[in-house]
Design a protein around this ligand. Structure first.
Ligand SMILES: Cc1cc2nc3c(=O)[nH]c(=O)nc-3n(C[C@H](O)[C@H](O)[C@H](O)COP(=O)(O)O)c2cc1C
Length: 222
């Protein structure tokens, strides 16, 4: 797959086939993504790849916590509000996805069921957890991790896999640490749902839009 094509055709996948992803294929993805840039080449990322029963047990516990409305306590502060322009895009994204899935705005039960399914990594057979060590400077570390995450998503796409970056999978970091056997100083940023896209699922027909260049680029002296 040509790089520029891959960048334009990657999208979040929110329904997966149950087929496990062979470990050597995940290794190819991560072997490409490890070349992502970072501040001073510090490479402040750690990845934990979970599959099989670990995913079943972890997502089961997270979904139960979510359904019981246990208060989330993410390691990295999550945005609660947005200035208007960004809020509009956020709302449009949710409305577009629910519209494509045939979920009515007022159908709270199905919207909640979608969130629970999100907590179950949309049925993905694997989750790649993105972790960093406590003590790193958070804002720039997030920039470095973001570069890596995009690299993972692009490489997975190039190899026929689908991903969804999910903050939802980081709502209960203590559960994640327990299931992945991680110490308390390993902070959980997001989980990436990983697997083979289910082409028949309505959720996967959804495509987000992007603003044109003239909306966010200022040219100076050129
Ligand atoms: C930091 C981050 C967290 C995200 N968390 C979630 C999530 O919890 N659930 C979800 O369905 N999508 C999540 N997404 C996916 C975004 O909704 C998606 O990338 C965005 O709408 C653009 O769509 P696209 O990825 O299909 O191009 C997240 C993306 C990022 C970058």
């Amino acid at each position: 797959m040509e790089l520029l094509d891959g960048m334009q055709t990657r999208k979040s996948i929110r329904a997966f086939k149950p087929d496990p992803v062979p470990r050597d294929l995940v290794e190819r993805v991560l072997d490409a993504a490890r070349w992502s840039p970072s501040w001073g080449n510090t490479q402040p990322w750690e990845l934990v790849v979970a599959g099989g029963e670990v995913v079943t047990r972890l997502t089961g516990d997270m979904a139960a916590a979510f359904e019981q409305k246990q208060p989330p306590n993410p390691d990295v502060v999550m945005p609660q509000t947005f200035p208007d322009a960004y809020k509009e895009r956020y709302m449009a994204c949710a409305a577009g996805l629910f519209g494509t899935m045939g979920i009515a705005r007022e159908d709270k039960a199905r919207r909640f069921a979608h969130m629970v399914n999100m907590t179950r990594a949309f049925g993905a057979p694997a989750i790649i957890y993105v972790v960093f060590e406590e003590g790193l400077t958070v804002p720039y570390t997030m920039l470095d991790l973001g570069a890596l995450i995009h690299g993972v998503c692009l490489a997975a796409h190039a190899l026929g896999l689908g991903t969804c970056i999910e903050a939802q999978l980081a709502l209960y970091p203590d559960l994640v640490r327990r299931h992945l056997d991680l110490p308390a100083n390993k902070k959980i940023v997001v989980g990436l749902a990983l697997g083979y896209p289910d082409p028949a699922a309505p959720a996967n027909a959804f495509r987000t839009d992007r603003e044109p260049l003239d909306k966010f680029v200022i040219w100076v002296g050129c």
